[in-house]
Design a protein around this ligand. Structure first.
Ligand SMILES: C[S@@+](CC[C@H](N)C(=O)[O-])C[C@H]1O[C@@H](n2cnc3c(N)ncnc32)[C@H](O)[C@@H]1O
Length: 265
């Protein structure tokens, strides 16, 4: 791992402790049986009963374990050792069978064997990845022929916007095309909870064309690409929650989320 990823790993390791206690992740609710998956993910995933699934960048595993509760044979992978430790602890507490691997996603093929029916990743995944083509290469490597890659994340065009306190609206001041690594210093993570000590993080932006080309380059046929004018977490101060608990900016139709499905040829 390079210096940027090492820094990101420190940042993610610290977030695990904060996220575990947060209302946002509601670990108690999960342990009582609540699924951590939202409407959009469930729609994109469809029936996963009996499917062998690889969940990339699984954080502390609640989504992976929710997939297992739906009947999938689920494996989660993440580079944060603290996240994987907690994922295993939650699996034990909830009495759910799942496998967890600690690895940089871009080197996962050196640490894990096997072929999967579905490779899945969701929300806050691709901004941490310097080489999107390599990410797709790894995903494709783990898919059996006819297997599906299913991803959902913040829309790449979000990198263009910042909220202007004076204008009370979004301003276009960012960059859409890949310009990483961008260094950010954030005192707080995206959930409720304590201030962070490891505040530095490095991010990369990837335009839509890079997702499409990375699929094409790695033997994956795109079967679906969708964009949505809402997002599952609070992102800008002028957002409000809609009836379905998704965040929107009323009176606009900016794309905030995308989903993509591909089949391994
Ligand atoms: C926002 S979380 C994924 C969100 C997940 N859906 C959730 O909310 O539980 C992003 C995850 O990516 C992981 N991550 C970041 N860079 C990574 C890398 N290079 N290899 C593996 N995992 C990485 C982080 O440790 C973190 O758990």
């Amino acid at each position: 791992m390079n210096e940027f990823m090492e820094e990101n790993k420190k940042n993610w390791n610290e977030r695990v402790g904060i996220h575990k206690k947060s209302e946002f992740y509601d670990v108690e609710g999960f342990l009582k049986g609540k699924s951590s998956l939202g409407r959009l993910e469930l729609e994109e995933l469809g029936d996963i009963k009996g499917k062998k699934m690889l969940h990339l960048q699984c954080h502390f595993g609640m989504d992976t374990l929710s997939l297992a509760r739906m009947g999938a044979d689920a494996t989660g992978a993440d580079f944060s050792d603290k996240a994987i430790e907690l994922a295993k602890e939650l699996a034990e507490k909830a009495g759910i069978k799942a496998k967890f691997i600690c690895s940089n996603v871009l080197e996962l093929d050196k640490h894990l064997e096997g072929e999967f029916d579905v490779v899945y990743a969701s929300y806050g995944v691709f901004c941490w990845i310097p080489d999107l083509n390599r990410w797709f290469e790894v995903a494709s490597h783990f898919l059996k022929p006819g297997g599906e890659l299913i991803i959902l994340d913040g829309h790449p065009s979000n990198n263009l916007y910042e909220y202007s306190e004076s204008k009370k609206e979004l301003e276009i001041i960012g960059s859409y095309f890949n310009n990483g690594p961008q260094r950010f210093v954030e005192d707080y993570t995206y959930t409720d909870g304590d201030k962070m000590e490891n505040t530095v993080e490095y991010e990369w932006s990837h335009p839509i064309s890079e997702f499409i080309n990375s699929a094409i380059n790695n033997g994956l046929r795109v079967t679906s690409f969708k964009e949505y004018p809402f997002i599952g977490y609070f992102k800008y101060p002028n957002m409000v929650k809609n009836d379905e608990d998704y965040w929107v900016i009323e009176g606009t139709d900016i794309p905030f989320t995308f989903s993509m499905k591909c089949v391994k040829e």
